[in-house]
Design a protein around this ligand. Structure first.
Ligand SMILES: C[S@@+](CC[C@H](N)C(=O)[O-])C[C@H]1O[C@@H](n2cnc3c(N)ncnc32)[C@H](O)[C@@H]1O
Length: 345
């Protein structure tokens, strides 16, 4: 039998097929709130089943699977407790994956099942399934919008320290966060740099959520959040423009439109930072695999793509930007540092 490393190919491919069940198991644990129920210590499965409102026998099967994959651990007395992975499914834990799992348990995961249609036709599975784009859908559902923003916030928590050490934000007077969501990133940047001001642009309702955050975090005197459309206009007069996880939501043409709008708004000498995962062509390590999965997420849910450094460079060149540096972060995200190009005013 042909081997892939130590594993026969025929076994490896079956493991991949059944990987969907692992994703479903994690999402089911998230929907049942199992990690919150185990937050205060181990529980017997009967007690856990009682608190979660589940069938004890079926919960045992779920817990056995999640124990085999290291999400929970089993004691010799039949109890279960959190591991580091299980702890990351608790509400509000630093870097919590709970909102991400809950999104995957709902419409996001439903869109993933439409991959065949997307690959055949090029049409975005989410739009085909729901009759509207993902961001339109979020715009009509405040609960889902909040879940999405929490998922983004926790994701950002994993890389903020690395970002602050990789990039010198201190020389910037006014940071414009384009598509800044509910303001979690901008708030961290302003807290780290008390003399810097911030402006956030996102859809009207999201900008209102960002204003509420700035209010809660005592940043209203240094930060405004405006509702708008980054395909039409972005705030002028910043000396740093940030696009974090924006371009991966869109196809190449739409990306160039966003970049051109930014380019037009940017005063001479301003800087553009693009914070995105970077695909390494031909790589097969853990980071490359994660980026490849996120690529399929973007493809099926928003019609976007993860890109190589060269692809980002090409998009930037089309919008009259020149790449000055690419800083790789240990989380596998990267910061592309760009300036208005040769035709700068
Ligand atoms: C993947 S999220 C990234 C949010 C944030 N930058 C972060 O890193 O967490 C994309 C953001 O773009 C916003 N967005 C989508 N279309 C937009 C548009 N046409 N104009 C302004 N913002 C938009 C969404 O509401 C969402 O907050």
């Amino acid at each position: 039998m042909t081997m892939v490393g130590e594993t026969p190919g025929a076994v490896l491919v079956r493991q991949m097929i059944f990987g969907q069940l692992l994703s479903r198991a994690v999402c089911t644990a998230a929907e049942l709130g199992l990690s919150d129920l185990l937050a205060d210590g181990p529980l017997q499965v009967t007690e856990l089943a009682d608190r979660a409102g589940t069938d004890p026998r079926r919960l045992t099967q779920l817990m056995r699977c999640l124990t085999a994959f290291g999400v929970y651990s089993a004691g010799s007395d039949g109890s279960y407790e959190l591991t580091a992975a299980g702890a990351a499914l608790r509400t509000g834990a630093p870097g919590s994956a709970l909102p991400t799992a809950l999104l995957a348990a709902g419409g996001v995961g439903a869109a993933w099942t439409g991959m065949l249609g997307t690959v055949r036709t090029g049409k975005t599975a989410f739009d085909e399934l729901f009759g509207e784009s993902f961001f339109e859908h979020l715009g009509r559902d405040g609960r889902l919008r909040g879940l999405f923003d929490r998922s983004q916030t926790h994701d950002q928590e994993l890389e903020i320290d690395q970002l602050l050490s990789a990039v010198d934000f201190s020389r910037h007077r006014r940071i414009v966060d384009v598509g800044g969501g509910d303001g979690a990133l901008l708030a961290r940047l302003l807290q780290a740099h008390p003399r810097t001001e911030g402006v956030l642009l996102d859809g009207a309702k999201t900008a209102a959520n960002a204003r509420a955050r700035m209010n809660r975090e005592g940043l209203t005197d240094r930060c405004t959040a405006v509702g708008g459309d980054f395909f039409s206009a972005v705030p002028a007069d910043g000396d740093l423009y940030v696009l974090r996880q924006i371009l991966h939501d869109w196809d190449d043409e739409r990306c160039v439109e966003i970049l051109r709008v930014c380019r037009q708004a940017m005063p001479p000498g301003a800087r553009l930072l693009i914070i995105e995962r970077i695909v390494e062509e031909g790589a097969t390590g853990q980071d490359a695999r994660f980026a490849a999965l996120m690529d399929l997420y973007m493809m099926t849910v928003v019609g976007g793509a993860e890109r190589t450094a060269r692809e980002f460079g090409d998009l930037l060149a089309k919008a009259d930007f020149a790449v000055e540096a690419v800083h790789r972060l240990p989380t596998a995200a990267a910061v592309i540092d760009a300036r208005p190009g040769a035709t700068a005013d």
